[in-house]
Ligand binder design. Structure first.
Ligand code: PEP
Ligand code: MN
Length: 364
């Protein structure tokens, strides 16, 4: 149950509502948080006693009570039916046009990241990505340049006029990373690092929350809930592939989740076809497929010289492919938008492919 406060509720009224919610068996330490629908208190629906509910209903500072049947509350579409728009620089995640984030897996040196930034900007990408603190599977792999890498990324982004996205792995570093990055990425491996999620919720920056490699959609939305519950409404979900049994691709891109999430949550959803596939040649087609499925944008690994990349080169696209991807993403979104507004002419439409084309060259 979400208790939505009226605009202009006074501190005394807030305290009064908090006291009402503290009465057993409601919540221990109720505090109002900022959300997409204004200031709210969240109370597990099962914990809400009918007497308290009736009192809240009558309270002059309460705008409305929203019963929510799912475990996640602030992330739920039941709270807000309209898609949350997260504005970063010129880009609006959830604003209708696909937002493209591009850049290398890792910041490697000044030349590489400045060149990547120029390419990303020239291709029409909206944000520059680059890892400085890298979560590597092996402790012997390149671990990223740390703070100096982040500083390089910030300088490259500023030079190209692009906001930057980078991963933060430790709660203690959230402040330092948030001081330089426009968007904080919480990586797949850290999706359930609850102290990190809480710190990200207090960072004041939009958060790109990747799905854990084996996380259910509900676990993922509950991870988002940790950030939202700290009063940070700017959460962008990112599907990056889940673990499958086939070793031909790095992960399995779960595109089911894109339209499914549109029915469960108001949060914008991105897709990362680079980590989802692990194969450079699959990034363009799967990125376009994600846009067709309704994704609000893409995050892709692009390296000026993919074969020389210090991490994830095999899944990094080159500059020309990025240019193609940005163009195709826009074309697909525009075509879907345009065709959605056309009237349906049931029965009158001809076959999509003429019979001649179908049987040409085929033995029947
Ligand atoms: C990355 O974006 O470079 C990364 C490590 O992604 P993920 O957390 O999805 O593996
Ligand atoms: Mn990577």
């Amino acid at each position: 149950m979400v208790v939505v406060l009226r605009k202009g509720a006074t501190p005394a009224e807030r305290a009064q509502i908090a006291r009402m919610l503290m009465n057993p068996p409601a919540i221990e330490n109720p505090r109002p948080v900022r959300s997409v629908v204004g200031e709210v208190f969240c109370v597990p629906t099962a914990a809400m006693r009918p007497g308290v509910r009736a009192q809240l209903d009558r309270h002059p500072a309460v705008a409305r009570l929203v019963p929510i049947s799912t475990s996640y509350q602030l992330a739920s579409k039941a709270l807000s039916a309209v898609k949350t728009r997260v504005k970063v620089g010129e880009a609006v995640f959830g604003g209708g046009d696909p937002v493209i984030i591009a850049g290398p897996c890792s910041v490697e040196d000044e030349d590489q990241i400045f060149e990547a930034a120029r390419v990303a900007r020239g291709a029409g990408a909206h944000l520059l990505r680059g890892g400085a603190f890298k979560p590597r599977t092996s402790p012997y792999s390149f671990q990223g340049l740390g703070m100096p890498g982040l500083e390089m990324l910030a300088r490259a982004g500023a030079a190209a006029g692009l906001p930057i996205v980078t991963e933060v792995m430790e709660p203690g570093l959230v402040g330092a990373v948030a001081a330089l990055a426009d968007v904080l990425q919480i990586g797949a491996r850290n999706m359930q690092n609850y102290p990190l999620l809480r710190a990200a919720g207090r960072s004041g920056r939009p958060i790109l929350l990747k799905r854990g490699p084996a996380a259910t959609i509900e676990e993922w939305l509950l991870a988002a809930e940790y950030i939202l519950a700290e009063g940070n409404p700017n959460v962008i979900l990112c599907e990056r592939g889940i673990r499958g049994f086939d070793t031909q691709t790095r992960n399995v891109l779960d595109l089911n989740c894109v339209p499914l999430l549109a029915s469960l949550t108001h949060l914008p959803v991105l897709v990362d076809p680079s980590h989802a596939t692990g194969i450079r040649d699959l990034v363009l087609p799967m990125g376009v497929a994600a846009i067709a499925a309704g994704a609000d944008g893409l995050i892709v690994e692009m390296h000026p010289r993919p074969d020389e990349a210090l991490s994830d080169g095999e899944q990094s696209i080159d500059p020309a492919t990025l240019r193609r991807l940005v163009r195709q993403a826009r074309v697909v979104r525009a075509a879907l938008r345009e065709s959605a507004s056309l009237p349906l002419d049931d029965g009158a439409a001809g076959p999509l492919v003429s019979p001649d084309e179908v049987i040409e060259g085929v033995e029947v």
